[in-house]
Write a protein that binds this ligand. Sequence first.
Ligand code: G3D
Ligand code: MG
Length: 173
Amino acid sequence: MSSYIFKVVMVGDPAVGKTSLVMRYVQGFFQHDYKSTVGTQIMSKEVYVKGVMVKLSIWDIGGQEKFDTLAPTYYKGAVGGLAVFDLTHRETFENVPKWISRVQKYGNPNSPIIIVGNKSDLVDERQVSLDEAMELADKLGFPYVEASAKSGKNVIKIFELIAEKIVSRKIEG
Ligand code: G3D
Ligand code: MG
């Protein structure tokens, strides 16, 4: 039995791999074409952090990323976020600060956030270097992790890390 339920929101431009990361984490596999999922999907998974079982309630917006009007309800009550961009599409990286500020504005202003550079498996198509991503993350004050929903690299790590950050924040007050 988990003592805590934490709402975590997936944010980032369309097609960066938000749904693929959640599916890989919750169901354990990668599959093409989640386009049929329209509307907000909520998936949950229990994770053991610092001796406490917590339940992550992971909110994944589907297809309406463009519409700002949906923001308030999507973010309401969120205590953490994964700000995802696509390492092979530079523009999605440049939009990361905008997504983070939405989580802070409509969710909780002190929410821990992990910046995730996804599609690290596409080495030859890369448009964002590790150094510049680290630099942005340092500037914003959040951890940066490179992941791949396709290969599975660091997928468990990003969700465990956000759970850990949220738990630490709770303990520290
Ligand atoms: P979104 O939920 O952010 O909109 P999706 O993104 O999870 O729907 O993924 C968008 C596309 O990127 C999908 O391609 C998906 O298969 C692909 N993708 C997601 N994560 C990765 C990854 O880590 N590596 C690679 N190579 N591709 C990834 P399709 O072709 O199905 O539209
Ligand atoms: Mg999606």
